[in-house]
Design a protein around this ligand. Structure first.
Ligand code: IMP
Length: 427
């Protein structure tokens, strides 16, 4: 019996989808708890290759209850497309449920996300333009519309009418664009409601019954801790919490019920969008990593910024989340390198600092201090046992364990489910 939380430990795209898919065969339920379709979880398994934006990565395992939790912002168009695509590939979706407390992404959210980004000009955040900032702002401002509202047409219309008045005032008076039509949105969302109704319910009892029945649950994070609105590189962050604490809020599982918190770290660092990234490599090695690992956004196709492993950010992320274990992904990407660097501190005004700064102006001035380790120069993609890894790869992993003060539980050496080394049993 255990509740296992899978957290992005860096700036997102760490390979959480693969780790969830791998562990899900032993789970009874998988719950997505934050973000929205800004996420793109790549899963490669016998059904094919999928980029899941909203549906939990446990969907491929029959009998595993998959929940889109209250903390997720749901774009019904994207969700319906995703369900349809899964069904087309023979994947059973009858075990998918959507929390009736989850907020809906409305057409004005995506529209405003784009307009706000244009308005920021040079200072643009580089959002995915999926409406994430605006939907979570509305949630906190008490202007949101939730999936439960879809189930009651009269209430939905009244709520939409009220909110749209404010949104149209912003669209016309601030952005000088045409207002949105109440009728069009209402009709459109009523048609989505009909198709989504069978999936929407109070998912709290379903989750708590699973826990009471002592059956394992996975909480699937989206994005990464360094994109957290509180602990990330604000304002270059997302708008819901991708942390372990966020998993509790976004699922309704209380903090005492969390047993294992697994931090998913890529063996190097990537970031997509704006904001400081101390270990970014704007040279041939950065390019080499991007091309070798095909580091392009699963949702937007944007090239990801690549760099060495940042253990200062990693240690901070480990403390914020309380990781009990690490899943180290994409170690095979480093196969071809003669030597590998790890950032162990930042140089700032002639001093070495070890704490991750909260102010991005300060972070932008930090120069990485590196430690260099030898590479292994052979392919590790077919290795399935930790002891069979080359000594240099084990040395790299051990050094990360020391720097992060946390043991490595899983090593991923390729994209497929089976290209995984279980160092310690988690479930
Ligand atoms: P938003 O979440 O679309 O508002 O984007 C805010 C920031 O988070 C931008 O820098 C995005 O590139 C980044 N971001 C959002 N979702 C992901 C993700 O799934 N992986 C990596 N970066 C992301």
């Amino acid at each position: 019996m255990s509740v296992v939380v899978i957290i992005g430990a860096q700036w997102g795209d760490e390979g959480k989808g693969k780790i969830v898919d791998l562990l899900a065969e032993k789970a009874k339920a998988v719950v997505r708890f934050s973000g929205g379709d800004n996420a793109g979880h790549t899963v490669i398994n016998p059904y094919g290759e999928f980029k899941l934006h909203l549906v939990p990565s446990g969907i491929f395992h029959r009998g595993v209850v998959c929940v889109i939790g209250n903390g997720v912002a749901v774009n019904p168009v994207i969700l319906l497309e995703e369900i349809e695509n899964l069904q087309k590939h023979g994947v059973d979706t009858s075990h998918l449920f959507i929390s009736d407390r989850a907020h809906l992404i409305m057409p004005y959210h995506t529209l405003l996300d784009g307009l706000e980004e244009e308005r920021r000009g040079e200072g643009a955040i580089g959002t995915t333009r999926k409406g994430i900032g605006p939907v979570f702002a509305d949630k906190i401002a008490r202007l949101g519309i939730r999936t439960c509202d879809l189930l009651n047409k009269k209430n939905f219309r009244a709520r939409l009418c009220q909110v749209l008045e404010t949104k149209n005032a912003i669209l016309t008076k601030i952005y000088s664009v045409s207002p949105l039509s109440l009728e069009e949105i209402y009709e459109q969302y009523c048609s989505y409601a009909e198709r989504l109704a069978p999936f929407i319910r109070d998912t709290g009892p379903l989750i708590q019954d699973t826990i009471s029945g002592k059956q394992p649950i996975i909480l699937e994070g989206a994005q990464g801790t360094m994109l957290d609105p509180d602990f990330g590189t604000y304002p270059y962050v997302t708008s819901s919490s991708p942390t372990a604490a966020g998993s509790s809020i976004g699922s309704g599982i209380n903090v005492k019920q969390l047993d294992h918190i697994i931090g998913v770290f890529k063996a190097y660092t990537t970031r997509v969008g704006g904001g400081p990234m101390p270990t970014e490599l704007k040279d041939k090695i950065g390019e080499f990593i991007r091309e070798r690992a095909h580091e392009y956004g699963a949702t937007t196709g944007r090239p990801r910024r690549c760099g060495w492993f940042d253990a200062v950010a990693g240690r901070f992320s480990t403390q914020v989340n309380g990781f009990t274990g690490i899943a180290l992904t994409r170690l095979d990407v480093l196969d071809a390198l003669d030597s590998i660097k790890i950032c162990t501190g930042y140089k700032l005004n002639g001093n070495i600092i070890k704490d991750f700064p909260g102010d991005i102006d300060i972070l932008g001035k930090c120069q990485p201090v590196y430690e260099e380790l030898p590479g292994w120069r052979i392919s590790i993609s077919d290795i399935r046992h930790y002891k069979q890894l080359p000594a240099q790869a084990r040395q790299y992993i051990s050094r990360l364990e020391v720097l992060l003060s946390c043991p490595v539980s899983i090593v991923s050496v390729g994209a497929s489910r089976d290209q995984s080394i279980m160092v310690k049993q988690i479930m």
